[in-house]
Design a binder for this molecule. Structure first.
Ligand SMILES: [Cu+2]
Length: 205
């Protein structure tokens, strides 16, 4: 009986450790991340630019039927809020591309929001410098995103009368909280078993 309980306690401890490892490691590794871009992050572009291309480590989902579920904006120069992307991004496999027509020289900020291969929305940004040859025509840019209204928000927005919006609670946070609760319960059971075992042993000597 005692050896069986010892084995059970050991199994519970092992199970707790494995669950902890799986749940903590899995969500973090599941999100797409940028592996390459044109222009490259922090590079200097010295020729007129017609598109910004982003390549991710995994497939980018395109969930909308009416427009892209990815957003890609190019703003600047030097912190200005003018938009120089001239249309919606195109999603193809691991690549997201948007047409651009830049303004004056300076730093431009590329901001994206995409739906990862696991269905979660991730966003980030990179910068590049633009130093075009003298005499290059400067686009005026736009005060708003020409692709406004699309993106992941549009694809996950609740339809009228559908109740609460999906995506307001980060599913990763829920998974981690549940995992930690499970681990705590399992380890507590193991602790109780160990206490029971050591108590039983004591009166016999
Ligand atoms: Cu995820």
């Amino acid at each position: 009986m005692r050896s069986r309980l010892t084995a059970l306690a050991a199994a519970l401890v092992l199970m707790g450790s494995v669950l902890l490892g799986v749940f903590v490691a899995a969500p973090a590794s599941a999100h797409d991340y940028l592996v390459a871009s044109s222009p490259q992050a922090d590079s200097t572009v010295t020729a007129p630019l017609h598109s910004v291309d982003l390549t991710f480590d995994d497939v980018v989902l395109d969930l909308n039927t009416s427009g892209p579920s990815a957003l890609l904006t190019v703003t600047g120069p030097d912190g200005a809020a003018r938009h120089f992307e001239t249309g919606c991004p195109t999603v193809s496999g691991r690549d997201v591309t948007a047409p651009v027509d830049l303004g004056g020289p300076g730093k431009y900020l590329v901001t994206w929001q995409i739906v990862s291969a696991d269905g979660h929305v991730v966003s980030d940004s990179i910068q590049f410098a633009y130093q075009p040859p003298a005499g290059t025509k400067e686009a005026a840019g736009a005060s708003a995103d020409p692709c406004k209204g699309y993106g992941a928000a549009a694809s996950t927005a609740p339809k009228a009368g559908q109740g609460t919006a999906q995506g307001t609670v980060d599913p990763n946070a829920v998974v981690i909280v549940v995992a930690i609760a499970v681990v705590i319960v399992v380890l507590a059971l193991a602790a109780v078993l160990i206490i029971v075992l050591t108590r039983r042993r004591a009166p016999r000597h």
